[in-house]
Design a protein around this ligand. Sequence first.
Ligand code: GRF
Length: 215
Amino acid sequence: MKNIVILISGRGSNMEALIAARDAGDLPINIAAVISNRPEAEGLETAVRAGITAHFINHKGFAGRESFDAALAECIDQFSPDLVVLAGFMRILTEGFVRHYEGRLVNIHPSLLPSFSGLHTHQRALEEGVRIHGCTVHFVTPTLDHGPVIIQAAVPVLDGDTEATLAARVLQQEHKVYPQAVRWFVDGRLTLENGRVRLAADQADAAVMISPEIR
Ligand code: GRF
């Protein structure tokens, strides 16, 4: 069974989707730990309730990114993770940290990258008037919200959408694509080779999810 460590900063609904998939017998993983950089992250309580080891390392207690990332890596490495999953972890990571986990560090971002990297993705999608929006799971590189794409899900932007309705539509898809990406990784069907995603050929179709609202 592969060990995974999940990093969160807040609500933790993507973490919950991974726990639910594991509990349903759909995802053979050992969630070795959940770590938050914010002590008040709601997701920490959820993790504890699920019987998962939970830690917080408050970034405010560190002089800078390098020292925080070093402490974070030390905490993560105690659990010997095969994969480190960023699930709403709201910190920019140093290049050294990212390199240390090369090929075993993934992130989910609420847009169809490379559009709308950074914050407020749903609001910006509405302002731009795009017709299709979505989410992306990718391997992490030192550039923020950038890196080889593993899976994307597309949703329509509908007349009358608000930031909240659009975010909810995207989040529903996030909860599908993240367990899928982790499943591929732990099954050995997904690797990072020379900076490119390598996915088992019979799974390629599943790397594009289209929500049912798109006709
Ligand atoms: C998600 O929209 C994720 O894509 C982004 O941050 C949000 C985290 O939500 N990176 P949650 O904490 O998983 O509920």
